[in-house]
Design a protein around this ligand. Structure first.
Ligand SMILES: Cc1cc2nc3c(=O)[nH]c(=O)nc-3n(C[C@H](O)[C@H](O)[C@H](O)COP(=O)(O)O)c2cc1C
Length: 180
């Protein structure tokens, strides 16, 4: 079973990148998780370019998502929304339909008390429009700076919650496989 994870932050010491890297390390065979590292290399979405000839970075991103049984998106909250780079990435896959019916878990890690709940709602609304199967086990992580050490989630409660999200992704992927 193949999962793909996307961090919506390009920051070297990103809390959300720590979340997806930790999640990937928590996956045990037969489940594996690929962390997509190319979000910052995608060009700005342009509908003309999309309809004429999408660049190779976009085709790779689409193919990776197409091949995934389930996807985890971990988003920062910037000015009560998601990051521009994540929104840009999602725009490139609206037309391709790679997330239609795909189980997607949304995580938001923020140093604030709210855990990035507004970015979480924002990402979910976009995913809903895209026809993704948004999992109810999505996870806000408040006060996340205190829960990450050296680029990995270190807080036991958060690790347990992350495992629950991964288990929900596996269940949903299995169900989707049975239906498809
Ligand atoms: C321009 C800017 C706007 C931000 N706006 C919010 C916000 O609305 N809500 C929030 O919880 N945190 C906000 N933050 C704090 C980010 O959540 C914090 O920098 C977080 O660590 C970013 O995610 P990352 O660690 O994955 O890079 C903001 C940070 C910046 C730089």
């Amino acid at each position: 079973m193949k999962f793909v994870a996307i961090s919506g932050s390009l920051r070297a010491r990103s809390l959300n990148t720590a979340v997806v890297r930790t999640a990937a390390e928590l996956c045990l065979p037969p489940v594996s998780m690929t962390v997509y590292e190319g979000l910052g290399s995608l060009p700005f979405f342009n509908q003309d370019v999309e309809s004429e000839c999408p660049p190779p970075e976009v085709m790779e991103f689409r193919a990776l998502l197409e091949s995934a049984d389930a996807v985890m998106i971990s988003s920062p909250e910037y000015a009560h929304g998601t990051s521009g780079v994540l929104k840009n990435g999602l725009e490139w896959i609206v037309g391709g339909g790679e997330l239609v019916d795909k189980p997607v878990a949304v995580v938001t890690a923020s140093p604030s008390m709210t855990g990035g709940d507004r970015a979480q709602a924002w990402v979910k609304e976009t995913l809903e429009v895209m026809g993704a199967n948004i999992l109810p086990e999505s996870l806000p992580i408040p006060l996340a700076s205190a829960k990450v050490t050296e680029g990995r989630v270190s807080d036991e409660e958060t690790l347990a919650a992350l495992k629950d999200v991964l288990a929900a992704m596996a269940r949903a992927a299995k169900e989707q496989g049975a239906e498809g």
